[in-house]
Every structure is written in structure tokens, then in C-alpha cells.
Design a protein around this ligand. Structure first.
Ligand code: PEP
Length: 249
């Protein structure tokens, strides 16, 4: 019912030439259907990727919540829309940690992304101390309720959540499939409380955190995991293809 997504988060990696090379070698080898392949690339190469991609959907990694103005170094939703970008990652843990992004700020960004018909990939997840002291669900509740405060969802297909435990990102230490499933199931329950079960059942919830070609099949066998948000492994062409194939249920 929910079409899986394999979204690569390239972070601050790849030049334009490297990105085009990736597209040309990966696209012919992707599954024809059953998965939506997305690449969230550095802003400076988004236009090239949008122009050249035939199969892969293109996303940004961040966006300012304002439409225009004196925000040196920032990219606005109008600019992303003008570039024909489809997705935008919001609230990634690196943005929360290094650029002080709060749930309030992420809430404003989600509202603005939807206003400009950009599909947000909203990241939530606990840090190691929170997992260890048993407050994972409390953290997820605060983050989801904060991010979606007063947000109207008119099309649940256009909203994506990524459960990304911070301790699993870039560490090679993935959550177990059971831990990931528990968190994704809980996020779906939180969304059902906010929007009703019909909407919640349609929202794609991805797992992210050291996803690789070895653990993708087990993660994807879980009923509430609808794909992956992948950093490191998405940079490698062969791995990206395998991960996309692994998402086809
Ligand atoms: C990420 O950056 O969102 C991520 C999950 O990274 P990695 O796959 O490298 O852990």
C-alpha cells in the first residue's frame, strides 16, 4: 500500500561531475517499480541533478523557513521550487546538533515546505543517553508533536518521516530491526493520534542509521518500515542499487 522509498543523503559529498557519473551508472540498473529512489544532494548541484535524472527523485538537505530576505548563505523554499526539487530533508540530527535547529524551527520549515509543494522528509530520533535511560518514546513524542504542531496534512503521500536514532548515524552501529520497528510503529501511533489512522497508515516512515546492503532486507521485512534514509552507503553506486532493490517488498 505504501510505496517504499530509498533516500540517499549525500551530506557534503560529491562534485557535479561525480554526481552526474553516479546518475548515469545507477539509473539504468534501478528496479523499474516498487521503490522510489531519492537523492538528497548538496544545493549547488540540485539543478544539474533535476535536469539529468530520469528515474531518481531529487531532494535538498535543508531549507530556510523564510521565503526571501537577509539570511546570508541560506536557500529558500521558493528557490527549491524554482529548481524543481521534489523533496527536502528537515530536522536532520546534524542540523539539530550543529546548527541549533529546534522542533519549533522544524515546524516552521514543514509548514513552509508544504506551502511550496515540497515533500518534507522529517527526521526524528533519540541520542544514546536517551535510548539508555529509556526515554526514546518520550523524545519521539516531543519531536513529532512539536514538528507537526498546527500542520494540516492534505495529502499523506507527500509527508515522509525518518526515524534516525542519533547513535546509529554514521557509526556503523545500526539499530536492530526490532528496535527500528518499535520506534516506527510508535511514530505511526503518534501520527494516528494527531491525524487519525487513515492518514497515519499512508505516511511513509523510513529508518535511517548505518543502513547497508547487509541489513536492508531484515529492516524492510518489518511492517512499519517503509524504506531507508541512507548516508554513507548511498554514496556508492553499487550499494545504492542494491539498497533500492532491497526496498522492493
Ligand atoms: C544519515 O545521514 O541520515 C544517515 C543515516 O547516515 P548513515 O547511513 O551514514 O548512518
Amino acid at each position: 500500500m505504501r510505496k517504499p522509498i530509498l533516500a540517499g543523503n549525500w551530506k557534503m559529498n560529491k562534485t557535479r561531475d561525480e554526481a552526474i557519473h553516479f546518475l548515469l551508472s545507477v539509473e539504468p540498473n534501478l528496479p523499474k517499480d516498487g521503490v522510489e529512489a531519492v537523492i538528497c544532494a548538496p544545493a549547488i548541484i540540485l539543478r544539474d541533478l533535476v535536469k539529468r535524472s530520469e528515474v531518481i527523485h531529487v531532494g535538498a538537505q535543508n531549507m530556510n523557513e523564510n521565503v526571501s530576505g537577509a539570511y546570508t548563505g541560506e536557500i529558500s523554499p521558493v528557490m527549491l521550487k524554482d529548481t524543481k526539487v521534489e523533496y527536502v530533508i528537515l530536522g536532520h540530527s546534524e542540523r539539530r546538533a550543529y546548527y541549533n535547529e529546534t522542533d519549533e524551527k522544524i515546524n516552521l520549515k514543514i509548514a513552509r515546505a508544504l506551502e511550496y509543494e515540497l515533500k518534507p522528509i522529517v527526521c526524528v530520533g533519540e541520542v544514546l543517553a536517551e535510548r539508555e535511560n529509556g526515554t526514546t518514546n518520550k523524545v519521539l513524542k516531543t519531536q513529532i508533536e512539536g514538528a507537526f504542531k498546527d500542520i494540516v496534512i492534505s495529502n499523506p503521500d507527500n509527508i515522509v518521516i525518518a526515524y534516525e536514532p542519533v547513535w546509529a548515524i554514521g557509526t556503523g552501529k545500526s539499530a536492530t530491526s526490532a528496535q527500528a520497528e518499535d520506534a516506527c510503529k510508535y511514530i505511526r501511533e503518534l501520527l494516528a493520534n494527531l491525524y487519525g489512522a487513515e492518514v497515519s497508515d499512508k505516511i511513509r516512515i523510513l529508518y535511517g542509521g548505518s543502513v547497508n546492503t547487509k541489513n536492508i532486507d531484515e529492516l524492510m521485512s518489518m511492517p512499519n518500515i517503509d524504506g531507508g534514509l541512507v548516508g554513507g552507503a548511498s554514496l556508492k553506486e553499487a550499494d545504492f542499487i542494491t539498497l533500492c532493490k532491497g526496498c522492493v517488498k
